[in-house]
Design a binder for this molecule. Structure first.
Ligand SMILES: [Zn+2]
Length: 234
């Protein structure tokens, strides 16, 4: 597979108008954090010669998405994202595209700090090429979030994370590490699609890490390396 024939579609998370989706102290908002990291990832991949498209750059809903009902707005947003991806898949071919949507997880409603943490990749249910992409992303996460794993262990002792927390959240019952849930953008996109949940927006320790330069670089580089590994093996 040559880089020129392949398209990487990066998915931003949510909108500025989506209710919740911020840390309790509002220092990290998911729509914004996701867009910043996606910009960084897109820049790095383009520099390496890859074709990259972002599904939704704007933070505010366009006229076709905007609604006074958050529920309606969210379903229009998700449909819009899938249409962008699927139109590109038609042009390039499903197996010549991937879709990677970058989110930040939450354990509660966003009103208070919780004690969960860790990194997760999700794919739709069943064995698909997305599982291979997710494995590449887990491999890269284990490299780039190595210091985060130590950081979590230290803070577990201080009670900032519950004892059950793991730096890499997995479900290995089906033979791979990703968790499988039919999220809308995973179930309704034609190409291999992975949604990453990059630590927790309602964990004080995770937010501190995510907002550090080291954290921002780690999140960007794990996506860059995971995606490259997948494309190089095609
Ligand atoms: Zn999200």
């Amino acid at each position: 597979m040559t880089k020129q024939n392949f398209l990487i579609i990066l998915g931003t998370a949510h909108l500025a108008t989506t209710p919740g989706k911020c840390s309790p102290d509002k220092s990290l908002c998911e729509y914004q954090y996701s867009r910043s990291r996606i910009n960084g990832i897109a820049g790095k991949l383009k520099k390496l010669g890859y074709n990259v498209v972002i599904d939704m750059v704007d933070s505010h809903p366009n006229a076709s998405i905007k609604s006074s009902s958050p529920k309606t707005e969210q379903s229009r947003e998700l449909q819009y994202r899938c249409k962008v991806v699927n139109d590109l898949c038609k042009r390039y071919g499903n197996s010549n595209c991937i879709y990677v949507s970058l989110h930040v997880d939450a354990a509660g409603s966003g009103s208070q700090w919780m004690n969960a943490g860790g990194w997760t990749a999700y794919t739709s249910k069943g064995k698909t090429k997305a599982d291979t992409l997710a494995e590449c992303l887990y491999d890269a996460a284990e490299v780039h979030l190595k210091s985060y794993a130590a950081y979590m262990e230290e803070r577990k002792k201080l009670g900032m994370y519950s004892k059950a927390q793991k730096p890499f959240r997995t479900d290995t019952t089906d033979g791979d590490r990703d968790k499988e849930v039919d999220f809308y953008v995973l179930a309704h996109t034609a190409c291999p699609a992975v949604l990453t949940e990059n630590l927790f927006q309602d964990s004080k320790a995770d937010v501190d890490f995510l907002l550090s330069n080291e954290g921002k670089e780690a999140i960007e580089n794990l996506h860059v390396d995971g995606i490259r590994k997948y494309i190089d093996a095609l």
